[in-house]
Each structure stands twice: as C-alpha cells, then as structure tokens.
Write a protein that binds this ligand. Structure first.
Ligand SMILES: [Fe+2]
Length: 257
C-alpha cells in the first residue's frame, strides 16, 4: 500500500490519537510471552456428556482453530477493503477507541454492529431479526466462505472490524469471567506493528489469515501502529460440532510441549 492510500483513509475517518491507557497496557504486556496453556492448572479432558466442556471451562486466553474449507483471506480482505473505501463502515464504540470501524455481513442490519442491549432491544431480538444484511451481496466471496467454513450451525452476528492506521481500542474485558471462550476472531490481515495484547499473556499470535477463539474476560487492547488498515472478522452464533472438535483438538495441542 502506498502513502497516498493511507492519507485517503485518514481523510475519510478522523479519529482521536491513541490514549494513555492503551499505551500503558501495551508497555506493560506487549513483550510478555507467557505460555497460554499455563492458564489451566491441569489440562481439561473432553466430557462425553458435555460437548462444550472445554470451551466453557478453560481459562486459556486463546485457542487457534482452522476452517473446514480453504480460507481465502486475501480475497475476503479485498472485499472488506472496497467496502471501507466506499464508506460503508460505521464507527464502533468510538468513546473508547480511535479509528475502529465495523460492518455487519450477517446481523440485525449492516450498521447494528453492537449487542442488543446497546440498542435497548431484548436479547432475543438478535436471533429473531438477524439475517444476511444488505451488505452481503457486495462481498460474495466472504458470504460463500461464511456459508461453508463449517464453524457454525447458525450465525447470530458476523462483522468486519477494521482498525485504521494509527487506530486503537482501549483496554477492556467483554465479559466478567475469565472462564470460557467467546466469539471467533478471524484475521484477514495483521500488519507488522499492530497487535491485540492481552493482560498477563502478551501479544496474540495473529498472522494474515489465522483464526482464534478468544477469552475476552482478560483485559485486551488493540493498537495499529502500522501504515495499513487491519481487517478482522468476528463470528458469533451456534457453534457446530466441527468447531467443538477443533477447539478440543487444538486445546490439547497447546499442552503438547
Ligand atoms: Fe474486546
């Protein structure tokens, strides 16, 4: 990407420079490299009568998983990039972030990027109202992968999330408990100089085109100190047996050292 492209993004979306808390979080944890498997005192074993036992009970900060089919990350990124360029993204939780934008491909609408209570809607509204949004027809490769990746029986919300060059998300935990893995975070690209840093465990091993289950009970912050937008996707919905198996298999591998 050239410098001209970067200025184009900055011109389209003005945002606050990185705040002190985010910088402090990065200085404290960015270089820490703690083995995530240490979060569980003992390695959990799958339970026959509870298919979600490991997903619901582990304290590990993340587990990497794979899609059932080929994951065309560069093509999906190109679709997201075109939607950003044409100003389809909406700013996301702008109070505690800068240059963080989002767009729903599946959900209540393309701009309903938050959870139901942020819109003063009952929780069941998401399940009742969600479908492919109007934006899905502008990203056919993305939609095709989402329909075939095997990770969910049914989606509730699927979002593109972008952190623009110089953009950031201040330290926060999305849930009160450090037990259990939440949504799926899909990296479309992860330029050098940009990272998601977790308290205690440091920078997550994101690369272009890898996929993680994240424990968002740990405080985490994002900072894009690169010259390129960082595009990820966040998938939520009813987890499939394929995904359960991926979690259990890759969780066990983390202890295999
Ligand atoms: Fe978060």
């Amino acid at each position: 990407m050239t410098m001209v492209d970067i200025r184009e993004y900055r011109k389209l979306h003005m945002f606050k420079p990185v705040d002190e808390r985010t910088q402090e979080h990065f200085s404290a944890w960015e270089d820490v490299k703690k083995n995530p498997a240490l979060a569980d005192e003992i390695q959990l074993q799958p339970k026959e009568d509870d298919a979600d036992f490991i997903r619901d009970n582990t304290k590990v900060p993340w587990v990497e998983i794979k899609s059932k089919v080929f994951f065309p990350a560069p093509s999906i990124k190109a679709e997201a990039q075109q939607l950003l360029r044409t100003e389809c993204f909406t700013s996301h939780r702008a109070d505690n972030s800068g240059g963080w934008m989002s767009l729903c491909v599946y959900g209540m609408s393309s701009v309903h990027t938050n959870s139901t209570h942020d819109y003063q809607l009952p929780e069941f509204a998401e399940r009742d109202l969600s479908d492919w949004t109007d934006i899905a027809k502008f990203c056919p490769i993305t939609k095709d992968w989402l329909e075939n990746n095997g990770l969910y029986d049914r989606y509730t919300r699927v979002r593109f999330v972008v952190v623009l060059p110089g953009g950031w998300i201040s330290p926060h935990a999305d849930v009160d408990s450090k037990v259990g893995l939440g949504a799926t975070n899909v990296s479309l690209n992860n330029p050098d100089g940009c990272g998601l840093v977790m308290e205690e465990y440091g920078k997550m091993p994101f690369e272009d085109g890898n996929i993680f289950k994240i424990n968002t009970g740990y405080e985490h912050a994002v900072y894009n100190n690169s010259g390129m937008p960082r595009f990820h996707m966040i998938l939520d919905g009813d987890v499939s047996d394929y995904q359960r198996n991926e979690i259990d298999k890759n969780y066990a591998k983390m202890f295999d050292v």
